[in-house]
Design a protein around this ligand. Structure first.
Ligand SMILES: C[C@H]1O[C@@H](n2cnc3c(O)ncnc32)[C@H](O)[C@@H]1O
Ligand SMILES: [Zn+2]
Length: 438
């Protein structure tokens, strides 16, 4: 079969013919299991070709991995801007989220997946509510996700019981789906919204189930100051005492870590997710100390956070924000060069979520993005990484494959119109319900 509308439904081996990797034009062969079977010389012979994708004038790069999202917050894009984190959450976001329905989360996650696919993201790490409906959306869209229920007990025992039940129920549900693209994690929201008992339960449950932990950490100075005042410990030490710092933990933000905490995260094998756009928008007033984390050997990955604090899910933009913020905040133009920003958004993210090496190598899952090498942002093309980080945004992405399955081709994603309509209707309905109740 050659290129046609059936490319989205066709199954079998795939040959990406003549794409550009590291300045060379090569074929990429993908076997019927969705694994890269060959790159370059001899690749064509590695498979019986079922589907051919023309890779000419396309830069092939690993699929991007977004390690901190609240996907369904795409419905809240532009709902509340230009506020301090605590005011934004307590005055605007949490009151609206109190009216969320499962349908809202389904449509919000569909919209988020659409946006992520259109900007080259193949996997994301999500923390939100009604996550069984998020799983339904992810399943339909063909992307990978690790889904955590946002565990918030506010130190109220009855609420803790409800959060425990919701977390257990999600774990059972994801297990029952038996979809290798969809995993679950435990999602204690933060040290300021979860009790010590809640944090300990989350750690125990994650250990027992062999799953990850997704938590907000040291996002603001207030979080650190309040934590020290209430417990005598800084947030990272508190999480560690409760057993929440593990090699399968993704800690989002990490802005206000001190040097010792960076070493602690590295020692525990925690992945630190940098969220520069959200941090700048909410003016958290300190950039993640990337240099300390790197020096300590921690895995530093990249995330967008939700669409109400970013306000999009474009990991190309996020790479640029990360590289620029680090240089600016730590007064060092050599900090976080373009190549490292790409690694942060690909291999480091894949390592954090356990989705493979996050590289274009034989034996890796075929999570592949083809970027337009003829786009304005790629002209001229001295260094691909430089253009990808500093010049391009997600609009330059033309084709996306996840586990060898084509999710977008020549910028077409099947069902786009229906998703836009469904998500817009869900957003209207959510805000309408909230207004009626107030
Ligand atoms: C899952 C809950 O987390 C809330 N949330 C979204 N963005 C942030 C952030 O930057 N810090 C803390 N909490 C956040 C989201 O609205 C859900 O209530
Ligand atoms: Zn967040």
């Amino acid at each position: 079969m050659t290129e046609s509308d059936d490319i989205f439904t066709a199954r079998g081996s795939v040959l990406i013919a003549g794409a550009i990797i590291d300045g060379s034009t090569v074929d990429i062969a993908i076997d019927e299991t969705g694994t890269i079977a060959g790159i370059g010389e001899g690749a064509r012979e590695a498979i019986d070709v079922d589907i051919i994708i023309d890779g000419s004038e396309r830069l092939a790069v690993p699929g991007l991995v977004n390690t901190h999202t609240h996907a369904a917050m795409s419905l809240l894009r532009g709902y509340a801007d230009d506020m301090l984190l605590q005011d934004w959450l307590s005055q605007k976001i949490w009151p609206l989220e109190a009216h969320l329905s499962g349908d809202d989360v389904y449509w919000g996650t569909k919209l988020a997946c659409l946006e992520m696919i259109k900007s080259g993201t193949v996997a994301f790490n999500d923390m939100y509510f009604f996550m069984d409906r998020a799983a339904e959306a992810v399943d339909e869209m063909g992307i990978r996700a690790t889904l955590a229920y946002g565990f918030i007990d506010l130190s109220i025992p009855e609420k803790r019981e409800a959060e425990i039940k919701a977390t257990e129920s999600l774990a059972r549900h994801i297990q029952s789906l038996d979809n290798p693209r969809i995993r679950t994690a435990v999602g204690p929201h933060s040290v300021y919204t979860v009790s010590l008992e809640g944090l300990r339960w989350c750690a125990e449950f994650a250990k027992e189930q062999g799953i990850g932990i997704h938590v907000h950490l040291a996002e603001t100075e207030k979080e650190v100051v309040d934590c020290v005042a209430q417990t005598g410990k800084r947030p990272a030490a508190l999480l560690d005492e409760c057993g929440c710092l593990t090699p399968r933990t993704v800690a989002a933000h990490c802005c206000w870590l001190d040097e010792a905490e960076c070493r602690l995260l590295a020692e525990r094998g925690v992945s630190a997710s940098h969220n520069p756009a959200s941090n700048m928008k909410l003016a958290v007033n300190r950039a993640m100390p990337y240099h300390w984390l790197k020096q300590a050997g921690a895995n530093v990955c990249l995330g967008t956070d939700g669409c109400s604090s970013n306000n999009n899910l474009d990991m190309f933009e996020e790479m640029k924000f990360a590289a620029l913020l680090q240089k600016f905040a730590w007064n060092s133009p050599t900090l976080l060069p373009a190549g490292e920003a790409v690694t942060m958004a690909t291999a480091a993210g894949a390592r954090a979520l356990g989705t493979g090496p996050g590289t274009l190598t034989v034996g890796a899952p075929a999570d592949i993005v083809l970027v337009d090498a003829r786009a304005v942002c790629n002209t001229p093309l001295y260094h691909a990484d430089s253009n990808l980080v500093y010049a391009c945004n997600g609009d330059a992405v033309m084709t996306v494959l996840c586990q060898g399955r084509v999710l977008m081709h020549e910028r077409t994603v099947p069902g786009e119109e229906e998703i836009l309509e469904g998500a817009a209707a869900a957003a209207r309905s959510l805000v309408g319900r909230a207004r009626q109740a107030s």
